[in-house]
Design a binder for this molecule. Structure first.
Ligand code: GGG
Length: 355
């Protein structure tokens, strides 16, 4: 009987290229430790929507619930409105399984030049902890007076004490295992209700962590600081939207979104967590075989770590670092000429040689 039962949803665009690559790497690394995974491949996504009228079947969440984790590629196709593809698959999964932390590490790998000017010896190594089930990603609101000159849209933000507190405590706990610094992204000067509430709850939680330095920074200033000195950040906690935007920005500082992983976590392990590259379906390069598989491979390592297989995850992370250190095994987004297959086989070769 396999040791792991995992659901794989390649989704759309380059998701269908990077996910099989990362699954191959995962199987190889597991085999090194005498372990196996059984993968349930699910063809959900925009093609499924066109064929069946929905992004996943009506019992989709129930199907996923029978697995230990979900591994997702990417969601989106140019002829399908983005809000339909996201709200038909990715976001319902995050909510159904109360995956309230979206963990997005950003790391500068040896040899991969940073995109920002760095002082000598500085290294970028930060983690974004994004609130993942509420905030600006709310269903409350609507469109009114459609097609009339008075048409308007209302979008309510939802911030609950429980929602803020649990993500703040996750970030604070994480900081105690790292460099002990949390930056809280806010906009409490301009957003009059939700952001002062966010600040208040984060400050309240911080009282229980005297060893952690907590700084609240307005999102606009934080974006500038992240470009100017990303190496100064340790853990950044932000709302659903702020965390999403900052993680793309931070990933760009270390090279590319092509190496940015994420974990949608239910930290309490009540439900399956979901692991996905931060990048989307990238229709401009889909089908060319040149997508960077590293974000998906790193996401797989995060999945193994979450499932208690930290040693297997470490073997994958070491193989990623070795692969990225060699310019010949970097994809175009990092200035290289390697394709998806070459990078994947380079990672596999390093894993095979690992003793
Ligand atoms: N890897 C899944 C994907 O397609 N992500 C792109 C994206 O924009 N996701 C929205 C979100 O994370 O909120």
């Amino acid at each position: 009987m396999p040791d792991l039962s995992l659901a794989a949803i390649p989704g759309d665009g380059i998701g269908t290229e990077v996910l099989p690559a990362a699954v191959a790497v995962t199987d190889l690394a597991l085999a090194k430790f005498g372990k196996t995974a059984s993968w349930t491949w699910l063809d959900w996504g925009c093609d499924y929507l066109v064929a069946h009228g929905s992004m996943m079947p009506t019992d989709g969440i129930g199907v996923l619930a029978d697995h230990q984790a979900v591994f997702l590629g990417a969601v989106g196709r140019p002829d399908v409105p983005d809000h339909e593809s996201l709200w038909g698959l990715l976001i319902p999964i995050r909510r159904a399984f109360d995956q309230y932390v979206n963990l997005r590490p950003v790391r500068q790998f040896d040899g991969v030049p940073a995109r920002v000017v760095q002082p000598d010896g500085a290294r970028i190594d930060l983690v974004i902890v994004r609130e993942n089930t509420e905030g600006e990603y709310s269903e409350l609101g609507g469109r009114f007076g459609r097609g009339t000159p008075r048409e308007f849209a209302v979008q309510e933000n939802v911030f609950t004490r429980t929602g803020i507190e649990r993500v703040a405590r996750y970030a604070l706990d994480l900081a105690t295992t790292r460099r002990g610094q949390v930056t809280s992204a806010t906009k409490s000067n301009g957003i009059i209700h939700t952001m002062p509430f966010w600040d208040e709850v984060v400050a309240h939680c911080a009282q229980d962590y005297p060893a952690v330095t907590v700084r609240k920074v307005l999102i606009d200033a934080l974006a500038a600081e992240l470009v100017q000195r990303p190496h100064d950040f340790d853990v950044i906690v932000g709302s659903n939207l702020f965390g999403d935007i900052l993680s793309d920005l931070a990933a760009a500082t270390v090279g590319s979104l092509g190496i940015a992983p994420s974990a949608n976590l239910d930290p309490e392990h009540r439900f399956p967590s979901m692991f996905e590259p931060v990048h989307g379906s990238a229709p401009d390069i889909a089908g060319l075989g040149i997508a960077n598989p590293i974000a998906a491979i790193w996401s797989a390592a995060m999945m193994l770590e979450h499932l208690g297989l930290g040693r297997v995850a470490q073997v994958i992370m070491d193989a990623i670092a070795t692969t990225l250190a060699d310019p010949a095994t970097r994809t175009a987004d990092l200035g290289g000429t390697a394709d998806t297959a070459l990078v994947t086989s380079a990672v596999c070769t390093v894993i095979e040689r690992t003793t």
